[in-house]
Write a protein that binds this ligand. Structure first.
Ligand SMILES: [Zn+2]
Length: 387
């Protein structure tokens, strides 16, 4: 590869033109809120138009997902992002606005700023002739915020996710660090049944709340055991290393104080460290809940990629060159789409222009400078792997 500094200069010139910012603004203006999954059609259409305009190959839809590529050859580095956003706190959030050095709006940070960066990074890498030995695959999906069926899961069902992949990057709002791992999740709602009766004749009823107590005791014992397990992945503060069982995030029972409750339901949110096994942890929960009806609200596996994978080393080097600061690699506290790729043995990392601290909030914004830097980092990483 040519001198990296001069390449970076050229990328900086190219990527500070307004097209990338305009794409971010155009996407923010489409209220693709999920739940419930609004305006997916409009968002997919805007993306297809931009990818066509920029001359990508194989621009098409796979269901509600949008795919395209640049470069030639089979080995593919995927840039994958999501176009759904969490519901806005006010409708103003769908009017993107530049204020000083920041771009405000729902999805600016998570992750429409990131989508603009990864798409323009791929186009720049092609135009600069950096892709002599492979392709960048662009994948943009909906349904990420709810782990729904129309996003990456649909690409798995279609047999196209991660085809010929040598790696995957996703521009989630990492705030300057890299997420190389994520926790898994099993979320359940357990319901104990009983029989209602007036307080004066409660001998005729069955108290579902009281019946639920033995199961809750078992879960408390399990929680104690679970919290002794600490991940070896990096995450701050130290208390965040413990595996997680949250009991009773939602609890409901009965109809009034003077009637025996005929049902008692409560949620369990189990977040597993990458070192734990989904099937085994699910079995432990189900054993504790054997007398309850159980509804599975979510079931997702944890994932981890070693920072020492070539993609991790290259990404870290480019981040250091562009930002002047070497990134930490940490465990993401939530779910990440990297899990779909890591589950197939594909190295997958998250790094993006946004900030986790403002994502999903009423004043969501992204520093505009970060969008350009992220694009340069993605283009340089592709060049190092596919050049
Ligand atoms: Zn996101």
């Amino acid at each position: 590869m040519e001198n990296a500094e001069s390449l970076l200069e050229r990328l900086r010139d190219r990527l500070c033109d307004s097209a990338m910012l305009e794409l971010a603004q155009r996407l923010i203006a489409i209220p693709s809120e999920n739940p419930p999954g609004n305006h997916y059609e409009d968002c997919a259409h805007a993306l297809l138009e931009e990818l066509d305009r920029l001359g990508f190959s194989g621009v098409k839809r796979e269901g509600d997902c949008v795919v395209a590529s640049v470069g030639t050859g089979s080995q593919t580095l995927y840039f994958s992002g999501h176009y759904d956003v969490v519901p806005a706190q006010s409708r103003d959030q769908f009017q993107p606005r530049v204020e000083g050095v920041n771009l405000f709006g729902r999805g600016s940070s998570d992750m429409k700023g990131g989508l603009a960066a990864m798409i323009h990074a791929a186009a720049a890498a092609r135009d600069e002739g950096l892709l002599n030995n492979g392709r960048i695959g662009i994948v943009v999906v909906p349904d990420e915020e709810t782990a729904g069926p129309r996003g990456s899961r649909d690409l798995v069902a279609r047999g196209v996710l991660g085809k010929d992949a040598i790696g995957m990057l996703t521009p989630e709002p990492t705030g300057g660090i890299v997420w190389n791992a994520n926790r898994g999740a099993i979320t359940l709602r357990a319901t104990m049944r009983g029989k209602s009766a007036h307080v004066g004749r409660q001998f005729e009823g069955v108290n579902a709340f009281e019946r639920a107590i033995p199961a809750i005791k078992k879960l408390l014992d399990l929680k104690k055991e679970v919290e002794l397990r600490e991940t070896q992945q990096q995450i701050a503060p130290a208390a965040a290393r413990k595996s997680i069982l949250l009991l009773g995030g939602r609890v409901e029972a009965g109809t009034n104080f003077n009637v025996t409750p005929d049902f008692c339901s409560f949620t369990i949110d189990r977040r597993m460290n990458p070192e734990e096994n989904l099937a085994e942890e699910k079995r432990r929960l189900m054993d504790a809940l054997e007398d309850c009806q159980v509804e599975i609200l979510q079931e997702e596996s944890a994932a981890a990629t070693s920072p020492l994978e070539r993609l991790g080393v290259v990404l870290s080097r480019q981040i250091t060159m562009v930002t002047g600061k070497a990134p930490a690699f940490e465990l993401c506290p939530g779910l990440l789409e990297t899990r779909f790729y890591a589950a197939r043995g594909i190295p997958a990392f998250s790094f993006g222009p946004g900030l986790l601290t403002v994502s999903h909030g009423p004043n969501e914004f992204v520093p505009i400078r970060n969008i350009g830097e992220c694009a340069a980092i993605y283009a340089l990483t592709a060049a190092a792997l596919l050049g």
